[in-house]
Design a protein. Structure first.
Length: 365
């Protein structure tokens, strides 16, 4: 009888409302001490001063129709009309207007391959074939000249397709090169080690803008008369060489973090150097350095905007060209917010994939 009474009492007594649910979380995380309480109140006050005016500027008093360009003059709200009115030039640059469906299809194909490659279950030979076919199709769409497609010179490539081209293929080529450089710097062969050290330190000692300038201005001076190298290819190589040097140091940090026992265990199993690196050391080292590697790749993605100095119209340059139009002068905030959202989406995709990959590797998948 007494046991039943105690049980009934426990069921009727509930915890205070302020210690569970939303109120409990707020009390435990935002007002758990005087410092956090003051910080929370200051943050709420700051947001109260910033958010309502921004909402009014961005949504309430804003203009959205492409034909509202003149109406934006002197208005208090945002002029989002600049985006739909110039979206095709911002995204595709000087690519022929009637053929802009081609870079659009190429971008959709590239993004589709990237999302398909996120699943580790798809990491098979068929994925390599899919990328090969995809790259051929994208090159055909962008360049044209066959199958009834009008030829488009690379000087007309620009906007978002050019940014994705330089970043995706640049990062894909820089990563394995960086791993090779890291292994070379950690090698016991003095000649290879010295060459890798000289390359890494020399590349890291100059900014990317210098490499781009040399690839565009200095490198052509050493070519035989009548021989030219495509400017996009030169910029692509400069980005690859620059990014690979930094990735090499990141991977070298992972190699140095490996316990000596891992090498000894591999040696006791009769594995040679290449087998040890491929089967034992590199899988663990590359897993350790996923966060700094992704940070470097994100930085390299944003660095592609520097190609503007060699007259390539990437996404940022086409945006700046739109702002030079007298009709849209003074509306830089709106268009830069739009471009920032595109860059944020690309960076968030890379960051979210790295977190997912880390979780899968931690679970042993």
């Amino acid at each position: 009888m007494a046991g039943t009474t105690v049980k009934q009492v426990e069921e009727t007594i509930k915890p205070p409302v302020t210690s569970v649910g939303v109120l409990g979380w707020i009390r435990a995380n935002l007002f758990n001490n005087w410092f956090n309480s003051v910080l929370t109140l200051v943050t709420l006050y700051t947001l109260g001063k910033i958010v309502p005016p921004f909402i009014r500027w961005a949504f309430v008093d804003s203009f959205w129709l492409p034909s509202a360009g003149e109406a934006c003059k002197g208005a208090e709200g945002a002029c989002w009309s600049i985006i739909p009115a110039n979206i095709r030039f911002i995204i595709f640059g000087f690519f022929p207007y009637e053929s802009q469906w081609r870079p659009l299809v190429a971008m959709v194909l590239l993004i589709g391959l990237l999302f398909y490659s996120r699943n580790r279950d798809h990491w098979k030979k068929s994925l390599a074939y899919a990328w090969g076919a995809g790259l051929f199709t994208m090159g055909l769409l962008m360049k044209g000249g066959i199958l009834g497609l009008a030829a488009v010179e690379t000087t007309q490539w620009g906007g978002l397709p050019l940014t994705l081209l330089l970043s995706v293929f640049g990062l894909a080529a820089a990563y394995p090169l960086g791993v090779v450089l890291a292994l070379g710097r950690a090698s016991r062969m003095r000649a290879i080690k010295t060459l890798c050290i000289v390359y890494i330190e020399m590349i890291r000692g100059v900014p990317l803008i210098t490499l781009l300038f040399m690839s565009s201005i200095v490198f052509p001076l050493f070519l035989p008369e009548g021989v030219t190298v495509n400017v996009i290819l030169r910029a692509q190589v400069a980005i690859i060489l620059f990014t690979a040097a930094y990735i090499a140091e990141i991977v070298r940090g992972g190699l140095q973090g490996m316990a000596k026992g891992q090498y000894e265990a591999a040696e006791s199993m009769g594995l040679n150097y290449y087998q040890t690196m491929r089967l034992v050391i590199l899988p663990q080292a590359l897993r350790i350095v996923i966060p700094p590697t992704v940070s470097q790749l994100i930085s390299a993605l944003k660095d592609t905007s520097l190609v503007v100095i060699i007259a390539l119209y990437d996404l940022l340059k086409t945006t700046q060209s739109v702002l030079s139009n007298p009709t849209w002068m003074g509306f830089s905030s709106e268009v830069y917010i739009f471009v920032a959202l595109i860059y944020f989406g690309c960076c968030y995709f890379m960051s979210s994939y790295s977190r997912r990959l880390e979780k899968e590797l931690d679970r042993g998948f």
